[in-house]
Each structure stands twice: as C-alpha cells, then as structure tokens.
Design a protein around this ligand. Sequence first.
Ligand SMILES: C[S@@+](CC[C@H](N)C(=O)[O-])C[C@H]1O[C@@H](n2cnc3c(N)ncnc32)[C@H](O)[C@@H]1O
Length: 174
Amino acid sequence: MLQDVPAQIEMAKTEVLPKVCPVAIGEGHLDFKAMDFFSESPVKDCDVYFVTEKYLHNWTDEECKTILTSLVNAMSSNSHLLINDYIIQHVNRDRNTSESALGLRLAPEPLFPHYGAGRMTRYSTDLDMTFTYNSQECTLEHFIELGQGVGLNEGAPTLGPSEGYANNMIRAYV
Ligand SMILES: C[S@@+](CC[C@H](N)C(=O)[O-])C[C@H]1O[C@@H](n2cnc3c(N)ncnc32)[C@H](O)[C@@H]1O
C-alpha cells in the first residue's frame, strides 16, 4: 500500500510506477490510497510501515510528532515502523552519546567516533532544512525523543557507512 497526498498518488499510479515496475502493477501487487498525514492515519494494522527517505526532515518537531502519532494510531502491537532518514552522528566523545548507549560500534581513538566519515551531504541538508523549513536532520537521540514522545520504542538503528542517499534506518514499534 502506497500512501501520499492525492496528486502524488495519482502520478505514481498512472505515470511513474507502471513504467518502473510494470509487472507488479499489472498483477495488482501494489495498492494506492491518498492520505493527508496531518488529518488522517494510514491504513491500520499493517505488519510494516515504511516512512520513505526524507519524509520527516522538512517538518518541525511538533509536525513530526503529529505525523508519528498518526502512524502510532494505525499500528497494532505486531506492527513495525521503519524510518529511513539521515542520522546526524556525533563527532566527539564528550558525553555518553546514544550511539554508545545503544551499543553501536564507535571507531577507536584517535579516530573520530564515526571514523571521520565526511558525510557532507547530510550536514549541508541539515542547514538547508534549518534555513528553509525551520526543521533539521536529527541525531539518534533526537529521533528517540520524538518517538518516545508519541509512545514508540526504538529498535537498533542501522548506521549506514556511506554518503549521500545511503540513509540510516530506525526501527520502532509500539
Ligand atoms: C521530501 S518528499 C520525500 C522524498 C521522496 N522520498 C524522494 O525520495 O523523492 C516528502 C513527501 O511527503 C509527501 N507529503 C507532504 N505533505 C504530506 C501530507 N500532508 N500527507 C501525506 N504526504 C505528504 C510529499 O508528497 C512527498 O512525497
């Protein structure tokens, strides 16, 4: 089931996906349902809810909580939520970071804890989101705080090693 605003759903159904995955569309493996996540919940009781990349990063914390609440209201106790978005990683060891608390492997000293990976795209996107939408790319603590604020528990995130669109994934459940 693919859900988005009506115009996007129409375009996905009639133009984009018939070209990209004609067999899946032809055999009816995909369903579509328009939705405004500020006023409706997605389809209820799915096994997995996948929040596709960059869905949350251009909304303020309060707006993200509204979107996440609409997901929580749709989820059953068996549902999993996957959020595919950048995770801004710490470049210092000054405090007990959520990376350490969750047992994620940090680089040994004297390397930076995230191995000194450049990851310029996510930091410049963070600035873009701040200037354009008064929002931001989130650290792991920030995602956890947002999720806990709406009754989600987080699973271990997968911190991807690469730059650009190889995003990071957060898993959560109610
Ligand atoms: C920044 S895009 C996500 C980027 C997309 N995953 C990609 O890779 O191009 C944000 C998505 O949120 C959808 N969206 C915006 N407002 C929405 C709303 N009120 N309800 C549901 N979807 C919404 C947009 O239509 C768009 O598909």
